[in-house]
Design a protein around this ligand. Structure first.
Ligand SMILES: [Zn+2]
Length: 62
C-alpha cells in the first residue's frame, strides 16, 4: 500500500462542513470528491456529507 501524505490523513479526520468553509472543494476538487465517496454521514444542517460524524453539526447516517 502506498503511503499517503500526512496532510491527507489529517483531512480524513475533518468534516466536509469545515473543509468547504475553507474553500477546500475549490482548491482540491478531486480530493473533495474522494472524501464524498468515503462519507458515511450527512450533515442535516449544512447538507454536507462527512467522514467523521463527531465533527459534524448534525450527523445523519447514510
Ligand atoms: Zn454541518
Amino acid at each position: 500500500m502506498a503511503k499517503e501524505k500526512d496532510n491527507k490523513e489529517d483531512i480524513c479526520k475533518k468534516t466536509l462542513c469545515s473543509l468547504v468553509k475553507k474553500n477546500y472543494h475549490q482548491d482540491h476538487p478531486r480530493e473533495y470528491m474522494s472524501l464524498m465517496k468515503k462519507a458515511g454521514y450527512l450533515c442535516a444542517k449544512c447538507g454536507r456529507p462527512t467522514v467523521n460524524k463527531k465533527n459534524v453539526c448534525k450527523p445523519v447516517k447514510i
